[in-house]
Every structure is written in structure tokens, then in C-alpha cells.
Write a new protein. Structure first.
Lengths: 446, 250
């Protein structure tokens, strides 16, 4: 029996994710509350089988190929990289406090934090915990808890670095914070498990741009978890752009806890990777909070993109929006599963959910499932789903003006996506995303 | 310039054009009039290459080329332009971006250089004035949320920008009040030239008070049944279409 086969057999005995747990737990300082939470997560994983297509959350999103890769953690930071190596991965003209992570590890030499105002803390998770062991107590692992599924537990057990963004009461950052997560191929399939913590105290305001990119075309996995806590009247504009490499697996769990009258504006863009799954989980801690989740996804040949949302209105008077648009071409596949739960006491809830899809090829597929569970009787809730094709009249109109069919199709797709791209609210980022969307759609003949 | 011989076309397996003949020379303006359902819009669409129209016979030659074998964009690049009866709204597609793509596609096919941003803006502003259109139109999505009059003016604005050899105006007067009609007609008249031919498709004589045709063609039951000068339009206005149809049948 080969070494690899032995590994797989051993892994099957110890559970499907044994290779993921091979090390990593030592990467962070030993702080009692954190060590306890990580131990609990590890125990939870070891008692579990991998989810199958029989579990509702994974019905259309197969895990077999991912598990068979037997990903191993990245224990050591990649130290050999210089800023020139990532030059091509940066967004031109994007002015931001930039934090770069490589394979899950904070890379100070590639980052450019610039000057931060008093009361703002931006840096790596490991260094933050080393400097100030209690700075993240009540946030890190506390917001996500058990999480949406086993991959959150895997991250909790295996994390060894990430981004920390903490703003004290009333602090407003003028420039966005940009997190660039770069995946660099290794000799064997590796999983990076960055863990980010964002804490905005009462009245604090920030824009966070989170980008995931792959260098080269290697096979790897990113399993990121981000925990966000917004205080009263805090405002976070959060832009997330997933542009993993063509063979990349991407798992992303976002856990958001919103205080009274806080406002969260999230725009999720999913364009890259071979297989990508995102879970967005929102809980309200106070009334009159507003959570706005927008998204744009694009999938072509050999691509699956899956967005799961879980917005729980446990309190009255909160507002939530889910507005996702998808473009499917080639043999691309997408899954949208949006759940809005309104508890009996959550009167005056205002919730709207929309998922619109544009299908460009007969081989593309989308499974969309908007769910509203409403137990209160005085609420305003709506949902709508569409799956359509490019209108022939629109295409003809453009062609009748001399524009080729391929370019016309691309213009109409960008027009469809425009609403979400505009919501990014940053010219440089909008241009970047529009270029990426355009470039990924069928190239026009020369 | 345009030579149509015995053109037959079906829509949904029903024959709409039944042997249409028409010759148009350079610089000529032809009005095509006819009762509802006579095939006027079908003819306009077949010329522009819209899908869903099956040509079953005859030929169309445009500038020496077999028009019917060309894609819609190829026809446009050769200098054919259709002003739509119902201009299509394109939400999210910026008007400037659209116009630039169209103009540069056409310029490129003529072997001309693409226009740079400054020259393009200058050209657009000059053409906007002809149609009494506001600059703000350029920032909006194509036809999206435009009033009926704005949509029609935007069609003629595009025609001014793309400078076609043959423009087909499909019921451009429909839905316009008298002021909007005058602006559109003035725009069209400003574009008349010895090299530019036009087909003005209309149900009513009203438009022809403003755009004076060289010839009036009466289309009924899929054929041109009568040709004449502009005085024919006035006669049709007075007496209706019945007598022409009857005479043609006799």
C-alpha cells in the first residue's frame, strides 16, 4: 500500500477531516478561553461524519471531491515573497490601509497599513493575541459559536492567523481597510484557515474590503471565518471579492452580530475558484438595526458557487435585505439559499429577499431557494426569484447598431450586474470587478 | 442603393410579404404607407435582419451586397439603420458606453480610427443639440425610464451619430405630440443628404407634412400596390386606403 493510500485509510478511520487537524493548533498563544473553545471545536469535529447530499445545506453542493483532497494545514508563513510578487494581484488606484495575508498568515512586509487614527487597531490575529491576550475575548469564537457547519469548527480548531480590525467608540476610518488574502500553491494540497475579527464599538464607522486571490493555478483550499460585532449606531460597509485561482476551493463563513441601530452593508462578489461556498449568518442584538446583503456571482465551466444566508430576526423593528444576482455560463452551477427567520416577538420586521439569475447557456444550472419563516403577525416581508435569459429584443437592438453579438451579450450581462457592482461604492473596486466580470464572460471574436 | 425584388417573408408560418418590389436610389426619401397589418413593420424588420422573420423568396441588394445573408451588425456596419417603433430599454447599460461601442464598431469596419474620449464627447454634444436633447441623457441607461418622445429623439440622435447610408424610420411619428414630432422631423431633415437614402414607414400622412418624401409607396397585403409623388399621401389622407386597394385588385 502506498503512503498516500495509507494516509487516506487512516483518515477514514479518524474522521474525514483528520488531515486538516494535523497541526496548526499551536500557532496561536495559549490563552485559556481560546484554548477551551478550540478544544471544544476539535472534539465536535472528531465526533462527526462529513455532510452528504442528504443534509439540506449541502444538497446541491457536493463535498466528496474536497474531502478526497486530504488538505493539510499551512503551518509556516511564506516568508520569501516580496511586494513585486503580488503587484499584479492589487487593484489599481485603490487607496486603502492594506493588510496582506499569504496562505492564511499575516505578511507584514507585503502590507501597507499607513497611518491609523487613535482608537483604531488593524493588524494580524496572532500578533494581537500575543500583545493583548484579552483584546478579542467575547468576539473571537464567541460570535460564531458552533457555526453553520463543520467547516467553522475546523477553522476554530485549525486557525493560526488572520485580520483584526477594532475601532473604539465613535472612531470613523476615512480610508477603507483592505484585506488581500493570497493563496500560493505548495507541493501538496493545502488548506489555509484565516480567522478575522472585526469589532466596531458604538458609533464607529469603517469600510472593509476583503479580497481572496490565487497566485498561479495550483490546487488549494481557503477556509475562512470572519466574526463581526457592530455596536450601537456603528456602520460597516463590507465588500468581499472572491477571485480564487481556477482550481481553488473556497469556504467562507461570516458571522455578524448587530447592536441596536447599527447598519451593515455587505456586497459579496463571487467570481473565481472551482468550488466556492459562502455562509452569511446575521443575528440582531438590538432593535432598529439594518442588515443589507447584496451579491453578484458568476460561474462558468468547472465552477460551482454557493451562497447560503441565514438572517434571524429575533427582535422587533429590524430591517434586512438580501439582493443577489447571478450569471451562469458554460456548464457553470450556482446555489442560492436564503433563509429569513422572523420570531414571534419580532414585530415590525422589514425583510426583503431577491435572487435574480441570468443563464447564458443551456448547460448552466442554478438552484435557488428563498425561504421566509415568519412567526410574527405585523411584518413587511417579501421575496422573489427569477431565472431568465438575455432578452432577444435587447440583443437585436444592440446588434442593429453595429455591435457584435458577443460584445452585445457582454454589455447586457454587465448591465444586469451593474446594480450590484455600483453598490461597491468605490470607483477603483467597481472598475476592477467590472473588468473581471467582462473578462470571464465569453470573449468577443477579434 | 437598395433593390428589393419579389421579396416574400413569413412570420409564424404566415406569409406577410408576398412579392415586394422596391428600388431606392441615393439620397431618395421614400414614404411607405399602408393600412394596419399590410406588412410595413415586417418589411422594416426583414431589412434590418431581425430574428423570427423567414424570407421565403426574392432578393434584397444593398450597395451591391446581398443583404439577406448578413448578420444584423454587418448590415449596420454597411450603413443600414433602423429607427425602432418601440425603442428597447436596456437597464444598466450606460448610454455613452453603448453609443461609443456602436460608433467605434462602425468606424472600425469602415477602416477608420476609433475616436478618443474627447473627440467622441465633442461629437455627441454637437449631435445632441440637433435633437434638443440634454447632456444628462448620456449618463442614463439606454432608453431606460425615457419618455416616449425622448426614446424617439434618442433614435434619431443615434442616426445622427452613426451617419447611415440608408435609414429606415419605423412609425417614428407614433406616440409623439406635435412639438416632439417637429423636433424629430427637424432632426431627420437635417440629416438629409445626396448620399443618404431614407425609408419613412408611417400609417398617417401627418409625418409627411414635416418630412417631405420624394416618393410615396403604398404597401397592402404584402406588396407595393401603388407608387407616386408626395401628392399621393394627401390623396390617401383624404380618401383612405380602400380605393387604392380596390383599384389594385381590379
Amino acid at each position: 500500500m502506498s503512503a498516500a493510500a495509507t494516509n487516506i485509510a487512516a483518515a477514514a478511520e479518524a474522521g474525514p477531516f483528520e488531515s486538516w487537524l494535523a497541526s496548526g493548533a499551536e500557532g496561536l498563544p495559549a490563552i485559556p478561553w481560546l484554548t477551551a473553545a478550540r478544544g471544544t471545536a476539535r472534539a465536535r469535529i472528531q465526533g462527526q461524519d462529513a455532510p452528504t447530499s442528504k443534509s439540506e445545506g449541502w444538497r446541491y453542493t457536493g463535498l466528496r471531491a474536497l474531502i478526497e483532497q486530504q488538505f493539510r494545514p499551512v503551518d509556516e508563513p511564506v516568508s520569501a515573497m516580496v511586494p513585486d510578487d503580488i503587484e499584479d494581484l492589487l487593484v489599481p488606484d485603490l487607496d486603502a490601509h492594506r493588510v496582506v495575508l499569504v496562505n492564511g498568515h499575516f505578511a507584514p512586509s507585503l502590507s501597507s497599513l499607513g497611518t491609523l487614527p487613535r482608537g483604531a487597531r488593524v493588524g494580524g490575529l496572532r500578533e494581537t493575541l500575543a500583545q493583548d491576550p484579552d483584546a478579542l475575548e467575547g468576539l473571537l469564537t464567541a460570535i460564531a459559536g458552533e457555526g453553520a457547519h463543520v467547516f467553522t469548527s475546523l477553522n476554530t480548531a485549525g486557525m493560526n492567523d488572520g485580520l483584526v480590525l477594532l475601532l473604539e467608540r465613535g472612531v470613523a476610518l476615512e480610508r477603507p481597510v483592505e484585506l488581500v488574502h493570497v493563496s500560493v500553491g505548495m507541493d501538496d494540497p493545502r488548506v489555509a484557515q484565516p480567522r478575522h475579527v472585526v469589532g466596531l464599538a458604538d458609533g464607529a464607522q469603517a469600510t472593509l474590503i476583503e479580497r481572496y486571490v490565487g497566485l498561479g493555478e495550483s490546487l488549494y483550499c481557503t477556509n475562512v471565518v470572519i466574526e463581526l460585532a457592530l455596536g450601537r449606531h456603528a456602520i460597516l460597509k463590507h465588500r468581499r471579492v472572491q477571485l480564487e485561482g481556477p482550481q481553488g476551493y473556497h469556504l467562507s463563513g461570516l458571522y455578524l452580530s448587530q447592536g441596536a441601530s447599527s447598519r451593515y452593508e455587505g456586497v459579496n462578489v463571487g467570481l473565481g475558484g472551482a468550488w466556492a461556498r459562502t455562509d452569511l449568518v446575521t443575528r440582531f442584538r438590538g432593535e432598529h438595526a439594518e442588515c443589507d446583503l447584496a451579491g453578484l456571482y458568476l460561474a462558468g465551466d468547472k465552477q460551482l458557487v454557493d451562497y447560503h444566508m441565514d438572517v434571524n430576526h429575533g427582535l422587533p423593528n429590524c430591517i434586512s435585505r438580501e439582493n443577489f444576482k447571478g450569471i451562469l455560463h458554460g456548464k457553470g452551477r450556482a446555489v442560492f439559499d436564503g433563509l429569513v427567520y422572523v420570531a414571534r416577538d419580532a414585530q415590525k420586521t422589514d425583510a426583503a429577499m431577491s435572487n435574480r439569475n441570468l443563464i447564458l447557456s443551456p448547460s448552466a444550472e442554478v438552484d435557488t431557494k428563498p425561504q421566509l419563516e415568519i412567526y410574527a403577525d405585523d411584518v413587511k416581508c417579501s421575496h422573489g426569484t427569477t431565472v431568465g435569459q438575455i432578452e432577444p429584443e435587447m440583443l437585436f437592438y444592440l446588434r442593429s447598431r453595429g455591435i457584435s453579438a458577443a460584445v452585445a451579450r457582454r454589455m447586457l450581462c454587465l448591465g444586469f450586474a451593474g446594480e450590484i457592482i455600483d453598490a461597491l461604492g468605490n470607483d477603483a473596486l467597481q472598475q476592477h470587478v467590472a473588468d473581471e466580470v467582462g473578462g470571464r464572460l465569453e470573449a468577443p471574436p477579434a | 442603393m437598395l433593390s428589393v425584388k419579389g421579396l416574400k417573408a413569413n412570420v409564424d408560418h404566415k406569409e406577410i410579404l408576398k412579392g415586394l418590389d422596391l428600388e431606392i436610389g441615393p439620397g431618395e426619401v421614400h414614404a411607405i404607407m399602408g393600412p394596419n397589418g399590410s406588412g410595413k413593420s415586417t418589411f422594416a424588420h426583414v431589412l434590418s435582419g431581425r430574428e423570427g422573420y423567414e424570407v421565403t423568396g426574392g432578393s434584397v441588394t444593398f450597395d451591391g451586397r446581398d443583404l439577406l445573408e448578413l448578420e444584423p451588425e454587418e448590415r449596420a456596419r454597411l450603413g443600414l439603420f433602423l429607427a425602432f417603433q418601440y425603442p428597447v430599454e436596456l437597464p444598466g447599460v450606460n448610454n455613452t458606453y453603448f453609443l461609443k461601442a456602436a460608433l467605434n464598431a462602425i468606424r472600425k469596419s469602415r477602416g477608420e480610427e476609433e475616436l478618443d474620449a474627447v473627440s467622441f464627447m465633442r461629437l455627441m454634444k454637437e449631435k445632441l443639440k440637433i435633437l434638443h436633447l440634454d447632456d444628462s441623457l448620456l449618463k442614463r441607461p439606454v432608453n431606460f425610464g425615457f419618455s416616449g418622445g425622448e426614446k424617439k429623439r434618442n433614435e434619431i440622435f443615434q442616426m445622427a451619430l452613426l451617419e447611415p447610408k440608408l435609414a429606415i424610420l419605423d412609425e417614428t411619428d407614433s406616440g409623439l405630440d406635435i412639438d416632439a414630432l417637429r423636433i424629430v422631423a427637424d432632426g431627420v431633415n437635417a440629416l438629409r443628404s445626396p448620399e443618404r437614402s431614407m425609408i419613412v414607414v408611417t400609417h398617417y400622412q401627418r409625418l409627411l407634412d414635416y418630412i417631405q418624401p420624394d416618393y410615396v409607396q403604398v404597401l397592402a397585403s404584402g406588396r407595393i400596390i401603388r407608387s407616386g409623388g408626395k401628392e399621393l399621401a394627401l390623396e390617401l389622407e383624404e380618401r383612405g386606403y380602400g380605393w387604392v386597394v380596390d383599384e389594385a385588385a381590379a
